[in-house]
Design a protein around this ligand. Structure first.
Ligand code: KG4
Ligand code: ZN
Length: 340
């Protein structure tokens, strides 16, 4: 089955064709980072308008010159995300599906992220790991630990009470004058940072439980910046490193705790922040110590992409009850993974 995946939930316009039989993947993505950079974050109206401008030409390029080899199904991100942005992908996905007479399926964006580590195996023509497993999903909008009993059977063990990890990276980068998106900018600045000059807390790690809170960390950086006065390049690098270390340590501590309490032996890590090298290295070390297998997709499959949506659609359409879920026009800006 060839599935066209369309992703427009936030600030990337992305589409991909995934062939479930051959494992072949073709994908395209256009980021809106330049558009939102001067606001230091995503402006929802601008995002929706830009998806509208970009999506059809991008699909033209992806599908090639007519006559187009139509896909067997279309998966689009139905939520969670920005309402206007989601509507663009849903309208185009459902419109094309009706015109071509193929099923359309609304996919949960976070399920797309959750399954991206498995897609990595398929692309290497290896059998993907099977649930049960634990998943750490860390993106611009979400930070959560999810118990995956089976495909579609998700239980959120912990999540952020305020800012998501990626959001904390973005806001802290703005404070440090490092630009948008903040994650890659902080990671790059931190490379020149000197360890030990600054130290921030590892929020909510002293108390029991698996929830997160990153907004206090951003406030600590703000206070530190205000105290420091005028910041030089080295100061910024030192603060960026201390911040990155605090976020990474916090995520690793909670993953260890979740692995211990759940007894799961596999950890899937995904979402934009999973592109972070320090996080990947530290999680790898921690899971090796615990004898747990860890999988994370290549960085471009961690951040928003059409491939994960096509793949999630492919897996869902392969389930026996798939027909009932197709052909409903629906976007859900707020939508829990547990409600799929
Ligand atoms: O998954 P994603 O592309 O979009 C959402 O679903 O939110 O995640 C975007 C987030 C942004 O906050 C961005 O700053 C962060 O992922 N990010 C990173 C890195 N690359 C992207 N954070 C830390 N280190 C990175 N290398
Ligand atoms: Zn995402």
């Amino acid at each position: 089955m060839r599935v066209l995946g369309i992703e427009t939930s936030c600030d990337d316009t992305a589409a991909a064709i995934y062939d479930g039989e051959s494992g072949a993947l073709t994908q395209l993505r256009e980021t809106q980072a330049d558009l939102h950079r001067r606001y230091g974050g995503v402006v929802p109206e601008l995002a929706a308008r830009d998806h509208l401008r970009t999506l059809l030409p991008l699909l033209d390029r992806l599908l090639g010159a007519p006559p187009v080899a139509r896909p067997d199904a279309i998966a689009y991100t139905a939520g969670p995300g920005l309402a206007g942005a989601l509507l663009v992908g849903a309208s185009v996905g459902i419109g094309l599906a009706r015109a071509w007479g193929v099923p359309a399926l609304g996919v949960h964006h976070m399920e797309g992220h959750l399954l991206a580590p498995l897609l990595e195996f398929e692309l290497a023509h290896k059998p993907p790991p099977r649930p049960p497993m634990l998943a750490l999903l860390v993106s611009g909008g979400h930070t959560m630990l999810v118990d995956v009993a089976a495909l579609g059977v998700y239980r959120i063990l912990g999540q952020t009470l305020d800012d998501a990890a990626g959001e904390a990276f973005d806001k802290t980068a703005k404070l440090l004058g490092l630009g948008y998106p903040g994650g890659p900018a902080i990671a790059a600045a931190a490379l020149a940072g000197r360890a030990g000059r600054f130290s921030f807390t590892r929020p909510m790690t002293r108390r029991a439980g698996l929830d997160f809170s990153f907004s206090g960390l951003k406030t600590q950086v703000r206070v530190c910046v205000e105290r420091a006065g005028r910041l030089g390049k080295q100061d910024i690098a030192d603060i960026a490193l201390a911040f990155e270390q605090a976020v990474v340590d916090t995520l690793v501590i909670k993953c260890r705790r979740a692995l211990r309490s759940s007894g799961r032996r596999q950890l899937a890590v995904s979402g934009g922040v999973a592109a972070n090298r320090r996080l990947r290295e530290h999680l790898r070390r921690a899971t090796d110590e615990l004898g747990v297998a860890m999988f994370a997709p290549r960085p471009e499959l961690c951040t928003d992409n059409g491939a994960m949506i096509a793949y999630a659609g492919h897996l869902r359409l392969s389930l026996p009850a798939a027909a009932a879920t197709a052909e409903r026009f629906d976007v859900r800006p707020r939508w829990s993974l547990e409600e799929i």
